[in-house]
Design a protein around this ligand. Structure first.
Ligand code: ADP
Ligand code: MG
Length: 351
C-alpha cells in the first residue's frame, strides 16, 4: 500500500555495526548548551541547572505498529512524539533523546535511513539533541526504544496527583481521531490484501489518518499555560484514551470527576467517520488512544484565563473521591466512567 520510494537495497551486514551507527547518526548536530557530550563516547553527558525529567517508551513491530501502512519515516517521527508528549505532560521542555533499535537483516539500510529521517525531522522541529542510543540485531521484527530527557524548574513540575475538589478539567485539541485513523488504515490493508491493485482514496479521512501516522506532541501547551500564568494542578498526556487518563489523575489525586459528553472536543471528521462506521463518537473519544493531547486540571480561579482559548476545552470538574468518576450524557444521564470507557446504562452503585 505504501509505495517503496527508496528502491535501493543495501544489506546491513555490508556496513557492520559501527559503520551503520556512523551512517545513521552523521546528521545529528548539537543544539543545546546542556548537551556537553553527544554521540561518540561510552555515555552522553548533559548538565541541567534545574530538574531533569526522564521518560522512555518501547515500540514493537506487530504490537505497536504495522509496517504494512506505517511508513518508516512516520514511525521514526511518531516514536519521538510519544516520548516528547510525556515530557510536556510534566510541564517540562524536552532537550535530549537517545534512540535504541533492534533490527533484523530483512531490513535494508535504506529502511533505516527512512526511520532516521523521521527521527531527524522530529528532532529539528522540536529542537532536540539526539545524544546516543544502541543498535543491535533482532531475529524477527523491528524494535525501537526512545528515552527523552527534559528540563523544568522544580516549582513548575506538574504531577498527576495534584487535582483538588472543584478544579476544572481541561483538554487540549480534540480527541478520537487517531483511533479512527487506525480503523481506516486497517480497513484499507484488508482491501489491499484482497486486491493489491487497489488505490485507496483516503482524502476524506486525511485528518484522522494523519493523526494516527503523524501525531504532534503539544509543545505549545506548556508555553501557553506559562503565558496565561496558569499552573495546572495535575496533568497527563492522552496516549491511552480520555477515560483511562482521567482515571489515572483521579486515582493519583484521590478525587472523583464529572465530565460532560457535550463538552468533549471532536473534529467534524471524527463525527462523520463515526457515522460511516456506525460507531458512537463519545465511546471513541473516551476509549480511542494515541491522541497525544494534554489533559489537566486547573483551579476554578483560572477559569477566565482558560475559557476563551481555542486550543483548550473545559470538559468538567473534579469532585470528592467518594462521588466517583462520571460522564453526564447529552440526555442528562449520569454514567460511570471505567477504564474501558463508560457504562452507557448509567447504572452505578455510588449514586
Ligand atoms: P557502546 O558499545 O559503548 O555501547 P556503541 O558502539 O553501541 O557504544 O555506540 C557508539 C556511540 O553511538 C554511542 O555514543 C552510542 O550512544 C551511539 N549510538 C549507538 N547506536 C545508536 C543509535 N541507534 N542511534 C543513535 N546513537 C547511537
Ligand atoms: Mg552500545
Amino acid at each position: 500500500m505504501i509505495e517503496d520510494k527508496n528502491p535501493a537495497r543495501t544489506n546491513l551486514d555490508d556496513l557492520g555495526e559501527f559503520g551503520l551507527i556512523d551512517h545513521l547518526t552523521k546528521n545529528f548536530d548539537v543544539k543545546h548548551t546542556s548537551t556537553l557530550k553527544s554521540i561518540g563516547d561510552d555515555a552522553a553527558v548533559v548538565s541541567f541547572e534545574d530538574e531533569c525529567v526522564i521518560t522512555t517508551d518501547l515500540l514493537v513491530e506487530g504490537v505497536h505498529f504495522d509496517l504494512a501502512y506505517m511508513p518508516l519515516k512516520h514511525l521514526g517521527y511518531k516514536s519521538v512524539m510519544v516520548n516528547l508528549s510525556d515530557v510536556y505532560a510534566m510541564n517540562a521542555v524536552p532537550k535530549q533523546i537517545t534512540v535504541s533499535i533492534a533490527v533484523s537483516n530483512r531490513f535494508p539500510l535504506e529502511a533505516l535511513e527512512d526511520l532516521y529521517a523521521g527521527i531527524e525531522m522530529a528532532a529539528k522541529i522540536y529542537n532536540i539533541d539526539v545524544v546516543g542510543g544502541d543498535t543491535t540485531s533482532s531475529n524477527k521484527g523491528l524494535l525501537i526504544s526512545i528515552t527523552a530527557l527534559g528540563h523544568v524548574k522544580k516549582e513548575d513540575i506538574v504531577y498527576r496527583d495534584g487535582a483538588k475538589d472543584n478544579d476544572l478539567i481541561v483538554l487540549s485539541g480534540d480527541i478520537g481521531a487517531a483511533y479512527l485513523g487506525l480503523q481506516i488504515l486497517e480497513r484499507e490493508k484488508k482491501v489491499f490484501e484482497v486486491n493489491p491493485q487497489s488505490q485507496p482514496d483516503l482524502s476524506p479521512y486525511s485528518y484522522v489518518v494523519e493523526r494516527q501516522l503523524k501525531p504532534e506532541a503539544r509543545k505549545d501547551i506548556p508555553l501557553l499555560l506559562k503565558e496565561l500564568e496558569v499552573k495546572p494542578t495535575s496533568m497527563i498526556d492522552v496516549s491511552d484514551g480520555l477515560s483511562s487518563e482521567l482515571l489515572h489523575i483521579c486515582k493519583a489525586s484521590k478525587v472523583g470527576a464529572t465530565i460532560y459528553e457535550d463538552k468533549i472536543p471532536l473534529d467534524p471528521t471524527v463525527i462523520s467517520t463515526c457515522e460511516e462506521f456506525n460507531m458512537d463518537s463519545t465511546t471513541i473519544a473516551l476509549n480511542g488512544g494515541e491522541d497525544y493531547e494534554l489533559l489537566f486540571t486547573v483551579k476554578q480561579e483560572d477559569f477566565l484565563k482558560i475559557k476563551a482559548n481555542p486550543s483548550l476545552s473545559i470538559i468538567g470538574h473534579i469532585v470528592p473521591e467518594q462521588e466517583g468518576v462520571h460522564l453526564i450524557t447529552r440526555g442528562n444521564t449520569k454514567a460511570k466512567i471505567t477504564a474501558q470507557g463508560w457504562n452507557s446504562l448509567g447504572e452505578n452503585k455510588e449514586n
